[in-house]
Ligand binder design. Structure first.
Ligand SMILES: Cc1ncc(COP(=O)(O)O)c(C=O)c1O
Length: 497
């Protein structure tokens, strides 16, 4: 028998274009946001531009509240400031009855400026400055302690005030669904949290009123909350048995997934993302099941962030350049390897010099450069926003690499988005981008864009103007010896001879 030679397997990616040679797919288009034409938004406010829908913010928080209030008697949402702390956004949530959840003195100040009373602020986070802690205590905020040093600082404050301070304690729980966020709080699984609660009761004037656990973010498995809720109820009961109760509230943190799509996520968000009702059932059903019968149920706090704001946020951007991107064709590289290259790298080199130069086996992909980049779309590290042309087109779609405007090779917004042929000047809309991008955007190379909000009557409000040179270099100081720039042009011109 003549044995067949071994041929190493190769995996070849099937692109949408090759699966669809007639390019029959049509691009879904977004010509308007909440009834306001994208072209009008750009004419008035320039490009790029973040756009928020007030109606969608209100719809989301109402839907979330309805889902929980229909199955649980006492529940309060606290708007998670870090998700998006533009004042206009926060005020929509506060108008809808949400408290504020903050994680720093800066966010605390913002909440107070937004008219939130100290007693309506939940103060979380691993580092609270002495000043911020003192203010939060004086104003009656709900402080959730993260660590032993913070307990000691609060205990000293209680002595100084000669009175008790009510607090919550943050814990972490292994839900078996993802890496445990063990950076925060005390371990509820191995007895650490219970020992700490008993110690606080015995040695300080702090009164622990509640237990807090933020299991993680973008939790696609609602079951994680059922495990966490059960652990919190068990800890509350154990604390009571140890004389460290009563626990009056449970805070299940944030983490509900928005309709963003993770890199590599197979199912579309409409199928993969649990609804508020699923989360409500997991949390409230579990608490009701395990809380002692006949006892008043604990108050439930939720610190939902991204699921309330992500879909309400859009980024409108303009194409500034169109390119053709040369892709490595694995098959051609393999063929070059077969022609005598000794290593894959050498074969790649031969392929580059030979076949590509002849135009054989060349695989090209459309690419566009936008006037927005990953410095304002931080979340593209994890999620792939949908990208829609802002004008009707009859052209079919093909895989298109969407580059940002930064002078950085990593500035890729989408490696492969289905888009029609675009040209410089065309506008596109990216969605959903409302969570974390505004707060985590960085000033890098380009100014950060303006942000507008469309109200339910379709009026467009500027809620943050575009950044200017003064905003960026305002805090800079030039030392005296550098005050006079010594950069006069050389007599011979730009280049010294
Ligand atoms: C303590 C706490 N609460 C709430 C949130 C909001 O989470 P999300 O935006 O995933 O709902 C976070 C975010 O990490 C958090 O750390």
């Amino acid at each position: 028998m003549n044995p067949q030679p071994y041929v190493a397997p190769t995996i070849r990616r099937v692109s949408q274009a090759s699966a669809n040679p007639q390019r029959l797919g049509r691009a879904p288009v977004m010509e308007a946001i909440d009834g306001v034409a994208v072209t009008r938004l750009l004419e008035t406010h320039g490009s790029p531009l973040f756009v928020f829908s007030e109606s969608q913010l209100r719809e989301k928080i109402r839907a979330a509240r309805a889902a929980f209030e229909s199955v649980y008697p006492h529940v309060t949402f606290a708007w998670s400031y870090k998700t998006n702390y533009l004042n206009a956004i926060c005020r929509v949530f506060h108008q809808e009855g949400s408290m504020a959840e903050v994680v720093s003195g800066f966010e605390y100040e913002k909440a107070r400026i937004n008219g939130v009373a100290g007693s309506r602020i939940i103060f979380n986070g691993p580092w609270k400055t002495p000043g911020a802690l003192r203010r939060a205590v004086a104003e009656g905020a709900l402080i959730q302690v993260d660590n032993r040093d913070e307990i000691l600082a609060l205990a000293r404050l209680a002595e100084e005030r000669n009175g008790p301070i009510e607090v919550g304690i943050r814990v972490h729980v292994d839900t078996g669904t993802h890496a445990v966020w063990s950076k925060f709080g005390f371990n509820a699984d191995d007895g650490e949290a219970l020992r700490m609660m008993a110690w606080v009761k015995a040695h300080t004037r702090l009164i622990i009123r509640g237990i807090h656990c933020h299991v993680g973010t973008f939790m696609l498995d609602a079951g994680a909350y059922a495990i966490a809720a059960k652990a919190l109820v068990e800890l509350a009961m154990a604390a009571e048995a140890a004389g460290a109760g009563p626990v009056e509230y449970l805070d299940l943190g944030g983490g509900f997934a928005s309709h963003a799509r993770l890199h590599g996520q197979y199912l579309p968000p409409e199928q993969a993302t649990p609804g508020f009702k699923d989360y409500a059932q997991a949390i409230c059903g579990t608490i009701k099941q395990h809380w002692p019968a006949g006892r008043k149920l604990p108050h439930l706090y939720l610190e939902t962030g991204r699921a309330l704001v992500d879909e309400a946020g859009y980024l409108v951007s303009s194409v500034v350049a169109v390119k053709q991107r040369r892709m490595h064709d694995a098959k051609a590289v393999f063929a070059a390897y077969g022609k005598g290259g000794t290593t894959p790298a050498a074969a790649l080199g031969a392929y580059g010099k030979g076949d590509v130069a002849n135009g054989q086996g060349v695989n090209r992909r459309n690419a566009v450069v936008l006037d927005a980049g990953i410095h304002i779309l931080y979340t593209t590290a994890w999620y792939q926003p949908s990208i829609y042309p802002a004008a009707m087109t009859t052209a079919g779609v093909q895989p298109t690499t969407v580059y940002g405007c930064l002078c950085m090779n990593i500035d890729v917004i989408r490696e492969e988005a289905p888009l029609p042929d675009l040209k410089a000047g065309d506008a596109v809309v990216m969605h959903p981008v409302g969570a974390y991008n505004i707060t985590q955007s960085m000033q890098f190379i380009a100014y950060r864009p303006a942000v507008v909000m469309i109200d339910p009557e379709r009026r467009v409000h500027l809620i943050r103007r575009r950044e200017t040179l003064e905003d960026v270099q305002g805090p800079e100081v030039v030392p005296e010896h550098l005050a006079h720039s010594n950069n006069a042009p050389a007599a011979s011109g730009r280049h010294e001879s």
